[in-house]
Design a protein around this ligand. Sequence first.
Ligand SMILES: [Zn+2]
Ligand SMILES: [Zn+2]
Length: 250
Amino acid sequence: MKLLTASVALNLFEALIKKSQQLRNVLPHCCLLCDQQTADYREHLCIVCRADLPFPMHLCLGCAIPLTKQQPWCGQCQTNPPTHKLITCANYATPLKQLITSLKYKDNQLVADELARHLARRVRLLIATDLLSKPHYLIAVPLHPKRLRQRGYNQAQLIAQGLSRDLDIELLDGVERVINTPTQTSLDAAARMRNLRGAFTLNTTLPAGTIALIDDVFTTGSTMQELAATITRQHPRQIQFWSVAHTTIE
Ligand SMILES: [Zn+2]
Ligand SMILES: [Zn+2]
């Protein structure tokens, strides 16, 4: 009798779980920016806020300054071609800044998919116009294990997972951050580069092919430059820098 009661309770519990999952999949979410209901359960932004996301059509693939027409480089980058193409959506400003802050500091991990979707749109546009070749692999800029423990997740990894699904590109592991650099916001590019020397290590042999490095915000580029140098030291290859937003320091 006891056994029968337990089995009925278990079945009831499983049915409840299933029902709640079904419900979750038909109920809309609230918009991450304005709290209005979204049209569909897969959406994390309402139509108005999504349309409001900054999306300049033409950005230099070297320094990300806006251009008036679609061309790979601005005049300055044409003269001094950068070693890696930089693909980014827009400046680190509201509302992108609000979304990235929510992802990094408010444990709002759902935002990663929304940001990935935004960046994937830009990547697709560049590939369609022959300004970018589709990379073979993605690698997220790793966090130091201590920082990872504090936050509980790596925001760049979550964005990279979204990009991997969206663009059908394999996401690789095997890169570690072995030096926990202090926050670098007050340092110039040269000081950042010095601090980052030897910050990454590879614990596997990466397959041959083009790699796009993924981060949430691109500032001076010193982090991605150091990671790219670590990877190409193992095997020379083409590397692209992908970051949802970019900012510059004086
Ligand atoms: Zn909204
Ligand atoms: Zn440029």
